[in-house]
Structures are given as structure tokens and as C-alpha cells.
Design a protein around this ligand. Sequence first.
Ligand code: IDP
Ligand code: MG
Length: 165
Amino acid sequence: MIQQTLVLIKPDGLKKSLTGNVLTRLSETKLDIVAAKIVKVSKELAAEHYRELKGKPFFDDLLKYLMGEYHKKKVMALVYYGEDAIDKVRKICGATNPEEADAVSIRGAYGRITTKGVYENVIHASANMTEAEREIKLWFQPDEIIEKPYPTKTQKATLEKRVWA
Ligand code: IDP
Ligand code: MG
């Protein structure tokens, strides 16, 4: 089945200069990258992204981690597109806990558990189609994605926007 999935290279990945390595590993999937950008993550965006984990003891630290407070780095967000994209990407990522992840997976190779107990596991990837749709719509506007994965509509906007001078 043709799918799309959200990938985030988290701030520890950028801090450790792993962007190239991670993209190279993901290229094994032969999937297409249909969107990519660097994001300065707000608390609202982090909390919405991880809303299912609200109430967990590590939730506040997890938000700080995604916002780049620990690494002083941003997040690279991408959308991968193609046959079975969700499972193919998750497989290369490895298990959530980097110590339990297969050593050749991205998380197994590059992740760690901090003394605060946060799993710094370098990469996020959508877990299923429902999550992928919610997350892609959260991180990207339709015009930022080459292959429009979901229906769009046009809306009259009167907001001011920044343009090149
Ligand atoms: P996933 O990223 O493999 O989908 P989730 O359960 O959705 O795993 O958790 C989101 C993120 O929260 C993980 O990637 C990891 O950074 C962090 N996390 C999840 N469970 C724990 C935990 O038990 N301790 C510390 N951090 C965790
Ligand atoms: Mg998850």
C-alpha cells in the first residue's frame, strides 16, 4: 500500500551531526522524500505532537528534548512517501528504547538514555496511518509537500505574510 510517514530527526541527531547518516540509512528504503524543512519547535507543537503521552512522568522532559532545550538544536522534519512507507521507516529506526533497539537500527546505533530517564533516540517516525495523517498535517502545510497526501481546499486569506524584499 502506498503510504506517507512523518520523520523527525530530533535535536540530539542534529547535535551529533547525524543528519547525513540518518538520511543515508533511510535511503535504504528507496522511498521518496516529498517534504523537508528545519523547524524551531514551540512548546505547543511539541505538546500536540506527543499529546498521547501527556501524564507520563517523562512528559515535561520529552517536550524540552523535542524543543531542543537540551541540545540547543532544531528538528529536521521530512515526509517519506511510497510502498509500505510506515513500516519500512519504523523498522530502520528500531525500538523506542535505544538500549533494546537492534544495534544496527538508527536508535540502537545512535540513541542513549539520559540520566533524567529520557530516551534520546535520534529519530521519530509515525507508527500507523492514523498517526501519520495527524502528524503530517501538524508539521506541514499542503504547499510544503510535493505529493499532496490528503484532500486540500483553498481559503481566502487576508493575513500579512513575509515575502522576499
Ligand atoms: P516511538 O517514538 O517509538 O513511537 P512513543 O511511545 O510514541 O515511541 O514515545 C515517544 C517518545 O517518547 C520516544 O521516542 C522517546 O523519545 C520517549 N519515550 C517513550 N517512552 C519513554 C520512556 O519510558 N522513558 C523515557 N522516554 C520515553
Ligand atoms: Mg510514537
